[in-house]
Design a binder for this molecule. Structure first.
Ligand SMILES: *[C@@H]1O[C@H](CO)[C@@H](O)[C@H](O)[C@H]1NC(C)=O
Ligand SMILES: *[C@@H]1O[C@H](CO)[C@@H](O)[C@H](O)[C@H]1NC(C)=O
Ligand SMILES: *[C@@H]1O[C@H](CO)[C@@H](O)[C@H](O)[C@H]1NC(C)=O
Ligand SMILES: *[C@@H]1O[C@H](CO)[C@@H](O)[C@H](O)[C@H]1NC(C)=O
Ligand SMILES: *[C@@H]1O[C@H](CO)[C@@H](O)[C@H](O)[C@H]1NC(C)=O
Length: 595
């Protein structure tokens, strides 16, 4: 043990003299490169097939006091562009830099988090979603296959790609990963949304999150609506997709800024709903959509077999205890129970619903739909949710609500009166009985719903808490959004051509295409529901419950070291390519811990 420590100390003190620099950059010229500029002297950095677009190199004689900038070089090594700002190392003990994106001064951002309203259902650890960094996704594939996929988004052609994920301390590469266009209406946009699937049966994995969506955010200019919605879902302790921003490059071409989120598949149930517990055998999971305005996932009973239901409305994503020929059987039984339920005559409505449904989780979800004006989800549109028969709830399992797709919020989409009561959201056709029967027409459940609204608005959904969160997200993505707005799009379809002015402006003001602005929205909703339910929103920002234990509520997806190779609960075959210095950093930090 002593010898081990001495060895590490020697390694660290030796290495302190030579700092290794790591710049993420795509050369703009053929055979171009990147270098680091220190006191006017440029050192060219090197890349390789295993690390591109990360350019690395040690500069002899540098110490952790070094001040530096990265510089783009042409094929002859001449400087084309030098960063307009200077960088410093974070810690005096550092012997290498993070992987730092060219012309982005900040790698680790500081986000103001929302307070926790209810105890969290918390996902298993994963390095996939470090929300305080903007990771780089470097995807390569045959050019013709990519062009074909982008020109016909609705075909959802499966292109097999080489995938590389780069964040501050990790470079993670896997080959033969499925890459497709994703979504329904999002396919109508020139900036597509995509999905990535790692085939765990073939030992492919990505930090225990094998199913991902890259959300284009093309329908709204702030690029934070969906992220804020996910933040609120986390605050109210319901299982949800996580989300973090990434820059996407395909075959070295910039595609822009995306929100990377979980795609809700069986792996999501395991990692998020069941906290990584491999012993749970997941129940029925149904994806529910509205293919058109009059064909909705309203949960109205229409007949005893799947034949009575539109096959685009309810899609089985996990069979659970259903037979393959009737994958909706358990959901149909639930819809029949909902039809048979009469708020006026069914004895003990609360017990009736508690036996079948995670009522609390459902009500928290509906409270958020109302508060954030989720015009494309269940309450208003009969769409964009999953319903999951969680075998661990109650004695024999209960249905649990898992929402998805939150770009159509805060006045993106239908005009919603921000000052109106939740009761006025209810006047829709067709009926959505899980809202009308439970929330509107069952007094005891209505009381519970109003209490939830009160607790959420008193804790997290109020200007004091939300505005600070918005500002920090806005600041973090500002340079990348600005960059994104300039990029050529790759697909046919709508391009709303949002601008940086609208990106900034829509926080406070209604801008083109939007019927709401974020901060006034929160202000109006919070104030009017407080008036309606006659409560006072307390001043200050404080957790109502203790934050989730791991990571003290911040960077909770961080599992400490960035080794990354042991990424999956299912298998360990991920090919990790890390720069040697990452390993040295880990050793050095181990030494710090031991000392
Ligand atoms: C500095 O390092 C600490 C510890 O690794 C990290 O939490 C923090 O985000 C870093 N700050 C910056 C500005 O890089
Ligand atoms: C790619 O993965 C699929 C499974 O997703 C497998 O069937 C196929 O053989 C793999 N191809 C290669 C070249 O490894
Ligand atoms: C996956 O890894 C396991 C354990 O290393 C191995 O037994 C299995 O053959 C691998 N499967 C595939 C499809 O490569
Ligand atoms: C919102 O509009 C007001 C009035 O036109 C203007 O003063 C303010 O700067 C705008 N806010 C933003 C963030 O653009
Ligand atoms: C992965 O990590 C787990 C828990 O830390 C450990 O038990 C397991 O041996 C590791 N597997 C590999 C392949 O390193």
């Amino acid at each position: 043990m002593v010898r081990f420590l001495v060895g590490l100390a020697a390694l660290a003190s030796f290495a302190l003299a030579d700092i290794t620099f790591n710049c993420i950059g795509y050369p703009s010229t053929a055979n171009g490169a990147f270098g680091v500029s220190i006191n006017g002297a440029i050192t060219k950095l090197a890349t390789s097939d295993a690390s591109f677009p990360v350019w690395s190199g040690a500069v002899p004689g540098t110490t952790s006091a070094v001040v530096y900038s990265y510089v783009e070089l042409d094929a002859t090594g001449a400087a084309l562009k030098t960063e307009s700002f200077q960088r410093k190392l974070n810690q005096t003990t550092d012997i290498s830099t993070d992987n730092e994106f060219f012309e982005r001064p900040i790698t680790h951002h500081e986000l103001t988090r929302l307070p926790y309203t209810y105890l969290a259902t918390y996902p298993s650890k994963s390095k996939a979603f470090k929300e305080e960094q903007i990771a780089t996704l470097h995807i390569t594939a045959p050019a013709a296959a990519i062009a074909d996929m982008n020109s016909k988004p609705e075909a959802e052609t499966d292109v097999r790609v080489t995938f590389r994920f780069i964040n501050a301390n990790t470079i993670y590469t896997q080959t033969n990963i499925s890459f497709k266009t994703s979504g329904k209406s999002s396919k109508e946009y020139a900036k597509q949304s995509y999905k990535l699937k790692f085939d765990t049966d073939f030992n492919q994995t990505f930090f225990s999150r094998p199913n991902l969506k890259l959300r284009s955010m093309a329908t709204e200019p702030t690029y934070i609506r969906e992220k804020l919605y996910i933040d609120m879902l986390n605050s109210v302790g319901v299982p949800t997709q996580q989300g973090s921003y990434v820059r996407l490059f395909v075959n070295n071409e910039p595609y822009g800024l995306f929100l990377m989120v979980d795609d809700i598949k069986k792996s999501f149930l395991k990692q998020t709903v069941h906290n990584g517990d491999n012993a749970v055998i997941p129940g029925s999971l149904i994806q529910s959509n509205a293919p058109s305005l009059d064909v909705q996932a309203d949960l109205v009973y229409k007949g005893p077999t799947g034949a009575s239901y539109n096959s685009d409305v309810y899609i089985s994503q996990n069979l659970g205890n259903n037979v393959a020929t009737e994958p909706l059987a358990q959901l149909i039984a639930f819809m029949l129970d909902l039809q048979n339920y009469n708020p006026a005559t069914t004895p003990d409505p609360v017990a009736y619903w508690n036996a079948r449904l995670d009522v609390d989780g459902f009500l928290r979800n509906m409270a958020l739909e109302y508060l954030m004006g989720a015009f494309d989800n269940y309450w208003m549109a009969g769409s964009n949710f999953f319903i999951y028969l969680n075998p661990k709830l109650g004695g024999t399992g209960k249905w649990q609500w898992i929402p998805t797709d939150f770009d159509g919020t805060f006045g993106n989409g239908a005009t919603v009166d921000t000052k109106a009561s939740y009761k006025t959201l209810f006047n829709f056709q067709p009926d959505h009985p899980l809202v009308s029967k439970l929330i509107i027409n069952t007094p005891l459940i209505n009381t519970q719903f109003q209490q939830i609204l009160k607790e959420i608005v008193s804790t997290a959904f109020k200007p004091e808490a939300m505005n600070a969160r918005m500002d920090s997200l806005h600041k973090m993505i500002s340079l990348d959004a600005q960059w994104d707005f300039t990029l050529p799009r790759k697909s046919p379809g709508k391009d709303l051509k949002f601008t940086f002015e609208e990106f900034n402006g829509n926080l406070d003001n209604i801008t083109r295409e939007m019927s709401g602005a974020l901060k006034p929205w929160v202000q109006d909703r919070a104030t009017s529901i407080a008036a309606e339910l006659a409560f006072t929103i307390p001043a200050g920002v404080a957790d109502r419950v203790a934050p989730p234990p791991r990571g003290k509520g911040k960077g909770d997806d961080d599992d400490g070291s960035d080794k990354g190779g042991n990424a999956s609960a299912n298998s360990g075959a991920g090919s990790l390519v890390a720069t040697g210095l990452a390993a040295i950093t880990v050793l050095a930090s181990m030494m710090m811990t031991l000392a």
